[in-house]
Design a protein around this ligand. Structure first.
Ligand code: APR
Ligand code: ZN
Length: 378
């Protein structure tokens, strides 16, 4: 029986308030309105940014919400005006839209989209419109996606159509962590062949940055993390060295300077801590080193001495790896299908949506790279 045009009652993990476990609830998902698609989520990853919103963010207004933004699914129905998608299409939702009409989208200089800035980033990381309710209450759609749910409704400018043969329980990770880290190295830092790189933080984002440095032809890739359990995976993905800052009694940038004849050509910060951001910048060669900030935080500021930059260092930021989202996601899925991109290596645990709080605990304890939650059957 077709569900098109009807409200769908289904299961989702609702975050009623900050700092509390998620609660599995029955929710109502309204049909898609103009230019929207309703998607059956098949699989979703849990990313550090979901935890950030739940535990560290300043967005106390953004609750109740359904978190989750790293997923893959199947289009269930489409709203008026949608021509690009059909029910049955395999898709990846994206937290960063690509409307293809605004001045940012039309410029090759950025992957930002004005619609995303207005709706998502400036409005406390919650979608302005929500099609989801629970117990009569409107539920915010975190970054416009809300993938910790069997069904969600998303604007078509934030949905990418992918190869129908792609395994959704794997390529879901391309929806955030993999593009974010890989693209930070390849697109934003523009790592070049023969260079020396340092990646700080070896979660999925940092490991994807390691993979991007390798793909770009870096000669040395130094992986930095305070958790030694991350070292082996970093080497699998291309790191040539692992350094634990806790093993040294001097600042990490001095350790890296000694290892590299004065500093690395490129550093990528994938932790989200301002002290690490400063270390990443100072680890770069003063004459031309490029430091890219990927880790997300809004709770404090990075102190920079002007002389850190004056000799020639560059400090840049990267959101979604600099990929124009709707264009980049299908390309990355194709790279995976062509065996040019590793994704399976990032998945350390598989769970069901009911076990979401266990997945959160694993990430808090640093015991996983990515947990993929199987939400609905394909
Ligand atoms: N120095 C080096 N590594 C550190 C430090 C530190 N001082 N503190 C924490 N780490 C490491 C952790 O041990 C962990 O391996 O950073 C890693 C972070 O990984 P995850 O928690 O798995 O996070 P991930 O999903 O990869 O996201 C990383 O990117 O997109 C952003 O919001 C996201 O800020 C987050 C960052
Ligand atoms: Zn746009």
């Amino acid at each position: 029986m077709s569900t098109a045009g009807k409200v769908i009652k289904c299961k989702a993990a609702v975050a009623w308030e900050p700092n509390k476990p998620l609660v599995i609830e029955e929710i109502e998902v309204a049909p898609p309105e103009a230019n929207e698609v309703r998607i059956k989520i098949v699989a979703t990853g849990l990313c550090h940014s979901d935890l950030y919103h739940l535990y560290e963010g300043m967005h106390k207004d953004g609750f109740p919400t359904i978190l989750g933004h790293e997923a893959a699914g199947i289009v269930e129905s489409i709203g008026p005006g949608v021509t690009e998608f059909q029910p049955g299409d395999k898709v990846i939702p994206i937290f960063l839209s690509q409307c293809k009409e605004c001045c940012f989208c039309k410029s090759p200089k950025t992957n930002q989209c004005i619609v995303a800035w207005k709706r998502v980033i400036m409005e406390s990381l919650v979608g302005a419109e929500s099609r989801i309710t629970c117990k009569g209450k409107k539920i915010f759609q975190f970054v416009g996606t809300s993938t910790f749910s069997e069904y969600t409704v998303i604007d078509q400018i934030a949905v990418a159509k992918i190869d129908p043969a792609a395994p959704l329980d794997k390529v879901c990770l391309i929806g955030c962590g993999i593009c974010t880290g890989y693209g930070a190295a390849v697109n934003t830092a523009k790592v070049d062949s023969g260079s020396t790189c340092a990646v700080f933080g070896l979660g999925a984002v940092g490991l994807a940055a390691v993979m991007g440095c390798k793909a770009a032809g870096a000669k040395r890739i130094i992986a930095v993390d305070i958790n030694p359990e991350k070292a082996d995976k970093a080497k699998v993905l291309g790191a040539t060295n692992y350094v634990n800052p806790k093993d040294h009694n001097k600042p990490i940038h001095e350790v890296l300077a000694e290892m590299t004849n004065g500093g690395v050509d490129f550093s990528v910060e994938c932790v989200g801590r301002v002290d690490v951001m400063r270390s990443a910048l100072e680890s770069c060669l003063p004459a031309w080193g490029v430091c890219v900030i990927v880790g997300w935080t809004q709770v404090s500021e990075v102190a920079i001495q002007p002389t850190d930059l004056i000799a020639g260092r560059t400090l840049k930021g990267s959101l979604f790896g600099g990929f124009k989202s709707k264009d980049g996601v299908p390309q990355m899925v194709k790279a995976y299908m062509d065996k040019k991109l590793q994704v399976d290596e990032f998945i350390t645990h598989n769970m069901t949506l009911d076990q979401i709080n266990d997945a959160i605990e694993l990430m808090k304890l640093g015991k996983c790279i990515r947990t993929v939650m199987n939400v609905s059957p394909q």
